[in-house]
Design a protein around this ligand. Structure first.
Ligand SMILES: Nc1ncnc2c1ncn2[C@@H]1O[C@H](COP(=O)(O)OP(=O)(O)O)[C@@H](O)[C@H]1O
Ligand SMILES: [Mg+2]
Length: 240
């Protein structure tokens, strides 16, 4: 359903991504992990047209979408959330969802469906600036969902949440995947969460593919253990 082929991205002299290739199947929850600065968010930014890749290609449902603009990508059915929670602060919760529904889906009723799906009815008239972190994240997720996306990309959605909130969020992610049939790519720093949520994952380190394959095998992978669990070299010193 989705694939990148040899994606590289440089910022001046810094190579943030180097020949990153992976494929995601329809209906899958696919994980992306890696230490801070590995290039995870940059990969999302390149996929969603925030940055053009320096080289490489991106495919969605058989179509080459490399260098498409963010609004075109949204209208094709790819939506994302941001690592730093963002919402239109002066708009109400409901109007934030309506932005996604009207701009993305061209279907206003999509906002009402998402309001119910995420249990946001009680806060629907609250301005987004007055929300706690968890609710802000739900609103950001809701605005993405309201676009009627087929592929949803989540950038560290669980960072900063309590254990209870993380478990609630995981339940929502599974529900969106299973009941709505939405394919999901999720960036998550904590490997154990990602192993329990996904069948396959990609691990980046210094912009390179460190691991691509079954999530079940990740804890036994020597290179992952070295980079991730601070074995020889430790996190941030992955080059030997
Ligand atoms: N717009 C940018 N300009 C310059 N450097 C950037 C930019 N965005 C990201 N980087 C750099 O690219 C590298 C990867 O960053 P990022 O993708 O945010 O990593 P991650 O999300 O895995 O923590 C970092 O060294 C970061 O400083
Ligand atoms: Mg990031």
């Amino acid at each position: 359903m989705f694939a990148t082929k040899d994606i590289s991205k440089s910022f001046g002299k810094l190579t943030a991504l180097s020949n990153v290739s992976f494929e995601v199947e329809e209906g899958e929850i696919f994980g992306i992990a890696g230490p801070n600065g590995a290039g995870k968010s940059t990969l999302f930014n390149v996929i969603t047209g925030v940055y053009a890749p320096t080289s490489g290609k991106i495919f969605f449902r058989g179509k080459d979408i490399t260098n498409f603009k963010p609004d075109q990508i949204c209208h094709l059915g790819i939506a994302r959330t941001f690592q730093i929670p963002t919402a239109f602060h002066t708009l109400t919760v409901y109007d934030n969802l309506r932005v996604g529904a009207i701009f993305g889906a061209k279907r206003p009723e999509s906002a009402d469906e998402v309001l119910e799906l995420l249990g946001l009815q009680e806060v629907r008239h609250r301005p987004a600036r007055n929300l706690d972190l968890y609710t802000t994240k739900l609103v950001m997720l809701g605005a993405a969902l309201a676009t009627d996306c087929k592929l949803l990309m989540l950038d560290e959605p669980m960072a900063g949440l309590s254990m209870v909130e993380i478990n609630n969020f995981l339940e929502i992610v599974r529900h969106i995947n299973q009941e709505k049939g939405i394919t999901i790519i999720i960036i998550e720093h904590l490997l154990d969460i990602l192993i329990s949520l996904t069948k396959r994952m990609l691990i980046l380190s210094d912009g390179q593919v460190l691991y691509l394959g079954d999530s079940a095998g990740v804890a036994e992978d020597r290179r992952v253990v070295e980079v991730y669990l601070g074995g020889k070299g430790g996190v941030g010193h992955a080059r030997h």
